[in-house]
Write a protein that binds this ligand. Structure first.
Ligand SMILES: Cc1ncc(COP(=O)(O)O)c(C=O)c1O
Length: 488
């Protein structure tokens, strides 16, 4: 296994680990960009930058479309299918597509691949907003299930299998079960149990595993969703794997899902001009995972385990840990130190170490197979120093609104999305039905969704996030002075 950084691997810096022979899209991208760099291309085809660097500069370096870039327009589908089939084999799936619009597109494709408008689906309420909009697109009616909460951390655990079983029994016409596993904070449920109850009820289990492209590739990691029995999963190659931003995989078994419908659903909302560079990076990440995944996940596990041990020695500091948590996830619990997560985040940004999530009580850095142990250790020490600088009175953690929201659904998301709406002052919005989706981001879980009753507790929770400097995403008025409600 190679352990050095790319810059140290001078032999072939464009493919330092020699992935090319097992990665057809990577191979095609390398060929195409080599020709472009050698000035041997006069492309009379998109993209409009024509591989020139004298117009907008290097911002377009490495860009190559799938169609007409990685191969001719007529041959590129076969190339794509080769790369996708290799990914399907690696994950033990029958069907795979590479998405260039993230797990967002994957979730929406899977929502469109299942059921028909008006049908019910069993869905976790701590779903990512992309899946909620998938329900809008597909016209599916959610039957919400909720995870258990961990009172010590204020963070969500998994959705219990019994909860899903009960929901399926109460809604026998439901056409699928949609779960997010691992959750945003890395908590993991009994996916084999969920698959069993879904299959007993004759419906597929679909899993948003956006953060979990590494799962299943080391004996100390839980299996991935397909291996656990799920019928489909979406995962972001750009989150856990070293792929270009936006790269994601949608994987499915075709016993309960129809391959042609999956194709149609996937293509319905995918660009007709997918970036070959993104797709080649998904292919390369797959080849890397296939060959070196165990070693790289081993390094990741060592780095995160050491970080957790170090952080737990700091008075008041905690980490989310235990059998129900992805062991590569580092979720730092600050409440016992009194330090405010936003202050810690500011110090980390100043140190050149921006993190994925920071709220009052929690800091979540994304640690991946790209991080070596020294890097994780250096980050850990910088974090500890920031905590020491910002210590205060210990407090109990507050469960964020995203994890605790118990909505009262008045209208199905699709009906609400298309209903007439009006903008009213926030106070007047309480008791009305929301026309908009509002989510603190991260984690992107809607605290208010179209069709849900606006309660003062939801509004106050959103205001607290705003007051703390958090991002209120997708609201027409992110200051929350006004809200959009269904008219009438
Ligand atoms: C649980 C979950 N699902 C889906 C997504 C969407 O992923 P992407 O950014 O790849 O579109 C995210 C994004 O953070 C997420 O957290």
């Amino acid at each position: 296994m190679h352990t050095g950084r790319v810059s140290e691997l001078d032999e072939n810096p464009r493919d330092p680990r020699g992935l090319r022979p097992d990665a057809p899209l990577l191979d095609a991208w390398l060929t195409s960009t080599e020709r472009a760099e050698a000035g041997r291309l006069t492309p009379m085809i998109t993209p409009g930058h024509k591989q020139r660097r004298d117009l907008v500069g290097s911002v377009v370096a490495g860009d190559a479309p799938l169609y007409g870039g990685l191969d001719t327009i007529s041959r590129a589908d076969a190339l794509r299918a080769d790369g996708e089939a290799r990914a399907a084999r690696l994950w033990g799936a029958d069907w795979c597509r590479f998405a260039v619009a993230g797990s967002t597109h994957g979730n929406q494709a899977l929502a469109l691949a299942i059921g028909s408008p008006g049908q019910e689906v069993i869905v976790t309420r701590i779903l990512h907003r992309s899946l909620l909009l998938g329900l809008v697109l597909a016209g599916l009616r959610p039957v919400w299930v909720r995870p258990e909460m961990d009172p010590a951390s204020g963070l969500p655990a998994a959705v219990p299998v019994d909860t899903v079983r009960a929901a399926l029994a109460a809604h026998p016409a439901a056409c699928a079960v949609f779960l997010g596993d691992p959750s945003y904070v890395g908590t993991i449920g009994d996916l084999a149990g969920h698959a069993a109850v879904a299959h007993d009820a004759g419906v597929p289990l679909v899993v948003d595993a956006a953060w979990a492209a590494h799962l299943g590739f080391h004996p100390d990691l839980p299996p991935h969703a397909i291996a656990a029995g799920a019928d489909a999963m979406v995962t972001s190659a750009h989150k856990a794997l070293p792929a270009w931003t936006q790269g994601a995989l949608v994987l499915a078994r075709t016993e309960r899902l129809d391959a042609a419908r999956l194709e149609r659903a996937f293509d319905a909302t995918h660009t007709t001009s997918p970036a070959g560079s993104i797709m080649a990076s998904i292919d390369a990440a797959r080849a890397l995972l296939s060959r070196d995944g165990k070693d790289l996940c081993g390094r990741l596990l060592r780095g995160v385990t050491a970080a957790k041990l170090r952080l737990q020695q700091v008075p008041g500091l905690g980490v989310l840990d235990g059998p129900g948590v992805d062991p590569t996830k580092l979720v730092v619990l600050l409440a016992g130190t009194g330090a405010h997560g936003m202050a810690i985040e500011a110090d980390l940004i100043a140190a050149g170490m921006p993190v994925e999530l920071a709220d009052r009580d929690t800091v979540i850095p994304v640690v991946t197979i790209a991080d070596d142990e020294d890097q994780v250790a250096a980050f850990t020490e910088t974090l500890v120093a920031a905590v020491e600088r910002h210590r205060g009175a210990p407090r109990h953690p507050a469960a964020a609104a995203a994890w605790t929201v118990v909505p009262e659904t008045v209208l199905a998301p699709r009906e609400a999305f298309f209903a007439q709406n009006e903008t009213v002052p926030a106070e007047a919005a309480v008791g009305r039905v929301s026309a908009e989706l509002i989510a603190p981001y991260p984690p992107g879980v809607p605290v208010l969704a179209p069709g849900e009753l606006i309660t003062s507790s939801a509004l106050n929770a959103l205001r607290e996030v705003h007051a703390d400097g958090g991002r209120i995403a997708y609201a027409a008025d992110p200051t929350l002075a006004t809200l959009q409600v269904i008219s009438g």
